[in-house]
Design a protein around this ligand. Structure first.
Ligand SMILES: NC(=O)c1ccc[n+]([C@@H]2O[C@H](COP(=O)([O-])OP(=O)(O)OC[C@H]3O[C@@H](n4cnc5c(N)ncnc54)[C@H](OP(=O)(O)O)[C@@H]3O)[C@@H](O)[C@H]2O)c1
Length: 238
């Protein structure tokens, strides 16, 4: 299948590499391919320059966001920085029309002044915006009425999403939410191809609020376990 991954950060790279490994034709989107390939410094998360990463992943193609989305048969994965995602995706609404958009972005607002900051070793925890009465996924769906938005991936670490067996032998849980049953099935099938066996359908896209708000809990658990201690989330049923 031809699948688009919008985003050149660590999450986007994890999906692009896994999809290529699974035999898909991967089209990655970035704002300006020339500028992205000209970067020589690691990104803010310490990922190596994209050109270097691309050289290690032959066959993956880099385009503008619009051209990558246009190249996809159906599935487009959104890994654009949460605060800028709605604007960037609205600009390519025509290329996304009729497609399944799986969104894993967190609506973090970095450096926001907050009344009660949460100190972390790297500064204050970013603020979630929107939060509680809306979600980024719902904002994207409202902005793109011709696209079928699914929220997923976001409650697990990016390397775990594409390799669930790395944690607890794969015995943990992934969530999906969407207002479109067929798109949710498409995302579920993709997750199964990644190796997920426990995929919990949370229902409509409104439940993306819970997935996005979990980002703070994920951060708290990560801080408690310490850097480099990877973990998964498992729903234990009766
Ligand atoms: N497990 C998970 O589901 C998971 C894991 C990690 C992160 N996340 C969340 O997913 C999102 C992506 O994370 P990430 O670490 O993969 O990448 P990231 O570094 O947060 O974002 C990188 C992408 O955002 C684009 N971008 C940045 N500013 C932009 C702007 N003003 N306009 C348009 N595009 C812009 C960049 O474009 P260029 O390519 O042009 O630089 C790049 O492609 C974040 O919200 C993050 O919190 C989720």
């Amino acid at each position: 299948m031809k699948i688009a991954v919008l985003g050149t950060g660590g999450g986007g790279r994890a999906h692009a590499a896994k999809l290529a490994e699974l035999g898909h034709k991967v089209h990655v989107g970035t704002r300006d391919p020339e500028a992205t390939l000209a970067r020589t410094e690691p990104d803010m998360m310490g990922n190596p320059p994209y050109k270097q990463w691309l050289a290690d992943h032959p066959g993956i193609q880099l385009h503008t966001f619009a051209d990558a989305a246009a190249a996809a048969d159906d599935i487009v994965i959104n890994g654009i920085d949460g605060h800028n995602a709605v604007t960037a995706l609205t600009a390519i609404a025509d290329q996304l029309a009729g497609k399944t958009l799986i969104d894993y972005a967190v609506p973090y607002l970095y450096g926001a002044e907050t009344e009660h900051p949460w100190p972390t070793p790297w500064g204050s925890m970013p603020k979630l915006d929107p939060c509680d009465t809306d979600s980024l996924a719902e904002q994207i769906q409202r902005a793109l009425p011709r696209t079928k938005v699914v929220k997923s991936f976001v409650t697990q670490e990016q390397d775990t999403v594409v390799n669930p067996q790395a944690i607890g032998g794969g015995d943990h849980t992934m969530f999906v939410a969407s207002d479109h049953a067929d798109a949710k099935q498409t995302a579920t099938d993709l997750l199964k191809s990644y190796g997920w066996t426990d995929i919990l359908d949370l229902g409509g896209l409104v439940t993306a609020r819970g997935m996005e708000m979990y980002a703070h809990m994920h951060g708290a658990i990560g801080l408690a376990l310490g850097l480099g201690n990877h973990f998964g989330v498992k729903i234990v049923r009766r």
